[in-house]
Design a protein around this ligand. Structure first.
Ligand code: TPP
Ligand code: MG
Length: 588
């Protein structure tokens, strides 16, 4: 990895306001800050480079604020820890908003810092300081961060930064935002404030469930004839992963996993039924057969149940384990529908799993025999057309991942849920959280950064639309030498929306053959490999045949392992794996 090294540093003691802020960032434990530079934080920038020597935290230079935030998002997906991001006054925040929304919906911790001012109008430089100062900058993003503050002194900044770090990493996690006045950063400090004892301001432990609620849930589950376990937004820890497996085994519970969430249960386990995005006939049947459903913070439980039972009159008993209500507000509807629950445990899903496992083991004493594998491994029928089908692509990537420790960071929208395999919590990292297209490149770089040194190959599969919106992120990966393999599922279109237009036309008796207008990204066709090469990455393709795809993936993996950023342009058929329930007409 490459980090820029400053020269001729003088070993002077901290003497400027921003030196103190930088020291607190280090004390908090930030390894990296991603940023696009800006004069509003030139004081802080100088402190990070010339006072701290661009180490702990080290700067990662992005070409767009959305990339900077998405990188922090991907990093937190792997580590569960926050990365720092510094944004330039109001304009930098404006560029970053969608990525912050994605991170918020994905419940990842992130420490965002920004700047404004001078708030003292008499000290403003003409013009620029006025347009880059706002009365309430955080108002731009307050609806989708956990906490913000604009401290008026260094002492207050220390407290604000500690609180922000504590709040961001207290589950349910999320981004926080602290704004520093330029004058506070650029003022000389005579008697520097002492650094706070950061260890005494650690995040709270996850919320544990009340013992009587655990006992009641365990009784319901032990009595169940056909329990169904739905692990959703759970942590990446291996202990929690093993406890989840043990809980399913002790209950003899069948398990479903969700393509929107990161790997939560081994897909090869005999109790694992399937991975879903929207329910299929087969997955609806599994729900209909169950008598007790245990959701471990399953994303959109109500919406899932409504795909099986049209009303909330669900015959199965529901146990909902989620602390998510702690961060809901009235602006974002990312809390989804309100699920019926016979037992509602406002608690962390991993902490609850550990408690439930102990109680179930106490009640049951012996572990039921595991069923024989109920599902044969998904068979892949190669597409007959000359194009590479979405299943072919998923099959080839899965084949590559099967040969070496791989983290599949993201997958394209057409990726078949049933084709996803994972047997370790880091095998797959789930979705972007907020459905904001354009975060794929940034999230993947941040995840790849966090995966360095683990021996894992970071692979990401991005739609051409998603890729292009974040394409300049490749330069950051190349500059900082963060190895990553990007597979572009290039259907030459914002294809998701072609299907919406087709649906509209059919519903209205209009010609569906016009669905491509305002959607196709072709003529001129993008030279994706050249876009990669132009930024210092390796560009391969376009790949149009399956055999060639397998070969190219293998060679790309070798180059990624050698430290390169590699992009493969794969021409895939414009098709989605059925079912595409999100193309339903409202009320369907
Ligand atoms: C910021 C943003 N703009 C627009 C959309 C609407 N949208 C959802 S999916 C999609 C198409 C994405 O294209 P691509 O990544 O190529 O995936 P494909 O559907 O072609 O597989 C669009 C435009 C969105 N979700 N987010
Ligand atoms: Mg596309």
């Amino acid at each position: 990895m490459h980090i820029d090294r400053p020269v001729n540093l003088k070993r002077a003691a901290g003497a400027w306001g921003s030196d103190y802020l930088a020291e607190i960032m280090r004390a908090i434990g930030l390894e990296y800050v991603a940023l696009v530079p800006g004069a509003s934080f030139r004081g802080l920038h100088d402190s990070l480079v010339n006072h701290l020597g661009n180490t702990r935290p080290a700067m990662l230079l992005a070409l767009h604020e959305e990339t900077a935030v998405a990188m922090a998002h991907g990093y937190a997906k792997v580590t569960g820890k926050p990365m720092g991001v510094i944004l330039h006054s109001n304009v930098g925040v404006m560029h970053s908003t969608m990525a912050i929304f994605n991170a918020y919906c994905d419940r990842v911790p992130m420490l965002i810092y920004g700047a404004t001012g001078p708030m003292d109008a008499h000290l403003r430089r003409p013009w620029i300081d006025w347009i880059h100062t706002c009365a309430d900058q955080a108002a731009l993003i307050r609806h989708f961060i956990k906490w913000d503050n604009q401290p008026a002194s260094l002492a207050a900044s220390a407290e604000a930064m500690l609180r922000a770090a504590q709040v961001a990493s207290t589950a349910p996690c999320g981004p926080t935002y602290i704004v520093f006045d330029t004058i506070m950063q650029e003022t000389k400090v005579r008697d520097p404030e002492p650094l706070p004892d950061v260890a005494r301001f650690a995040p709270s432990r996850p919320v544990h469930p009340a013992p009587d609620a655990v006992a009641a849930a365990a009784r319901m589950l032990v009595k169940a004839k056909r329990p169904l376990l739905l692990p959703g937004r759970v942590g990446r820890g291996i202990q929690a992963w093993n406890e989840r497996i043990a809980l399913a085994e002790w209950l003899g519970a069948r398990v479903m996993t969700d393509l929107k969430s990161a790997a939560s249960f081994p897909s090869d386990h005999p109790l694992h039924l399937m991975t879903v995005k929207y329910l299929t006939a087969e997955s609806r049947k599994a729900f209909a057969e169950s008598d007790v459903i245990l959701s471990l913070d399953w994303t959109d439980l109500a919406g899932t149940l409504r795909q099986v039972w049209k009303s909330d009159a669900v015959p199965a008993k529901i146990i909902q384990v989620s602390a998510d209500a702690l961060v809901w507000n009235g602006w974002s509807m990312d809390h989804q529908g309100l699920p019926p629950a016979d037992l509602n445990l406002l608690a962390d899903p991993d902490a609850t799993t550990a408690c439930l496992l102990k109680e179930v083991q106490r009640l049951r004493r012996t572990r039921p025999a595991l069923p024989r594998r109920s599902r044969t491994a998904a068979r892949r029928t190669p597409s007959r057309s000359s194009h590479i089908g979405v299943r072919d692509l998923a099959g080839a990537v899965t084949e590559l991942a099967g040969r070496q420790d791989t983290t599949l960071v993201k997958v394209n929208i057409g990726w078949p849920a049933s084709g996803t395999r994972y047997n370790h919590p880091l095998d797959f990292l789930g979705n972007d959280g907020g459905g904001g297209v354009g975060s794929g490149v940034g999230i993947s770089i941040g995840a790849a950064l966090a995966l360095r040194g683990t021996g894992r190959l970071p692979v990401t599969v991005l739609g051409d639309g998603d890729f292009m919106m974040g394409v300049s992120g490749l330069w950051t990966a190349a500059r900082h030498q963060i190895p990553l393999l990007v597979v572009v599922a290039n259907n030459l279109s914002f294809f998701n929306d072609e299907l919406h237009q087709e649906r509209m036309a059919l519903q209205r008796g209009r010609p569906p053959e016009n669905r491509w207008i305002g959607q196709r990204i072709a003529g001129p066709d993008l030279d994706i490999a050249a876009l990669a090469r132009a930024q210092g990455a390796v560009g391969m393709g376009p790949v149009t045949r399956l055999a060639e795809l397998r070969r190219t993936l293998r060679s790309a993996a070798v180059q990624t392992r050698r430290g390169k950023v590699v992009v493969i342009d794969v021409r895939v058929a414009a098709e989605y794996d059925a079912p595409v329930a999100h193309h339903m007409t409202r009320g369907d």
